[in-house]
Design a protein around this ligand. Structure first.
Ligand SMILES: Cc1ncc(COP(=O)(O)O)c(C=O)c1O
Length: 370
């Protein structure tokens, strides 16, 4: 007995956890800070914590009512109809649902390189083919329709990450519209807005709904998540927004009850706690300014809750920072062996990250000079 041929499948490389690193360094976890997975440094909204506690007694029931309530709250937030909301087990769950709904065997998807690994992994699970379009570091990872069209070969789905992980670049709605116009009618443009709350940019929901002067489109969808600005990464809650014309496909592709009762209750509380999101976004804005001003290396401008830094040798620098208690993301696995990605922390965490990185960079210059 063997699994099917999985030789084309690569394992997802998550940022390392504090406990795992503390064990390896034989230190107390409280001595470490983790700025490697773009999590919320303020934790979940206090209202979500209360909702999680309160939901504990209800977990013997399937999350049907909670699911409907949350879908309605999300639909209100975006001024769309509830069926357009595809609630999922994290944004990752929505990526799977879309591929289930769209891909026939051997259909292609087009994804950014560098980019978020799960688009390709999920397409492979669904017997799809994966091709990439390049985003260039020396062009600040700029995203525009012309360059993506150069790589386009009638793929069924094109993934746009805006803000982009790991660079923080964005794609203007006019460019997304142009891409949708220039590609085939049955090519879906999915705009992954996992970091949308942090960006000074309107959501691509405007393209789906025909707002702000855009014509309504059936070939654009949007991904959003509760993992980042809402601080619920551990609960696994995300959703997609799709055009009303084909939204009913959800009923035929979703995994029943994949968004848990606790996740739905917490999501409902979190979506109403706008104060927590505002505070989170303000902290990230300050952290980006601090890192941009004070890090002694090239920091790309970012619209996410993280920055990408050119440090020369990412693995050496990330390991040296880790030894000094600051866990950051070595971007070698993104194909950027000279870059690390640092998540925006609290003021104190960001300060420590800046000082640690500058000290590591200084010590490496000295080693190089010796
Ligand atoms: C660009 C991007 N999209 C989607 C996700 C998925 O997030 P989640 O499954 O936690 O909602 C992530 C997570 O890091 C991400 O960086």
């Amino acid at each position: 007995m063997k699994p099917r041929d999985l030789s084309h499948h690569v394992a997802y490389q998550a940022g390392r956890g504090i406990e795992e690193v503390a064990r390896e360094l034989e230190c107390d976890p409280s001595e470490l800070i983790k700025l490697a997975s773009n999590e919320n440094p303020h934790g979940p909204s206090p209202a979500a914590i209360v909702a999680i506690r309160d939901a504990a007694t209800d977990v013997s029931s399937y999350p049907k009512a909670a699911h409907a309530d949350l879908v309605e709250a999300i639909a209100d937030r975006w001024e769309i109809t509830p069926p357009q909301v595809w609630l999922a087990n994290g944004g990752d769950g929505f990526i799977d649902y879309l591929h289930r709904a769209l891909l026939e065997p051997d259909d292609g998807i087009l994804v950014p390189d560098p980019g978020f690994a799960y688009y390709g992994m999920s397409a492979h699970f669904h017997h799809g083919q994966v091709r990439t379009y390049p985003l260039a570091a020396d062009d600040d990872f700029a995203q525009n329709a012309t360059d993506i069209c150069d790589s386009y070969n009638s793929e069924r789905v094109i993934w746009i990450t805006s803000p982009h992980n790991p660079s923080g670049s964005t794609m203007a709605l006019e460019e997304i519209e142009r891409l949708a116009i220039e590609t085939d009618d049955d090519t879906l443009i999915v705009v992954d807005e996992a970091y949308g709350e942090f960006a000074d940019l309107e959501s691509a929901v405007a393209l789906i709904e025909g707002r702000q002067g855009f014509d309504a489109r059936e070939d654009v969808a949007v991904l959003r998540t509760f993992s980042k600005a809402y601080g619920l990464a551990g609960l696994r809650l995300g959703y997609g927004i799709v055009p009303a014309t084909w939204a009913d496909a959800y009923a035929r592709v979703n995994t029943p009850f994949a968004a848990s009762e606790i996740a739905c209750r917490a999501g409902l509380a979190a979506i109403e706690d706008t104060e927590h999101v505002t505070r989170t976004v303000e902290t990230a804005t300050d952290a980006k300014a601090t890192m941009g001003d004070r890090i002694n290396a090239h920091v790309w401008p970012s619209e996410g809750n993280f920055v990408l830094v050119d440090v020369g040798d990412a693995t050496t620098v990330a390991e040296a920072m880790q030894e000094r208690g600051v866990i950051v993301r070595d971007c070698s696995s993104f194909g950027l062996p000279n870059c690390i990605r640092i998540t925006c922390g609290t003021d104190a965490e960001t300060e420590r990250a800046v000082e640690t990185l500058n000290a590591v960079l200084d010590s490496h210059v000295e080693v190089g000079d010796a």
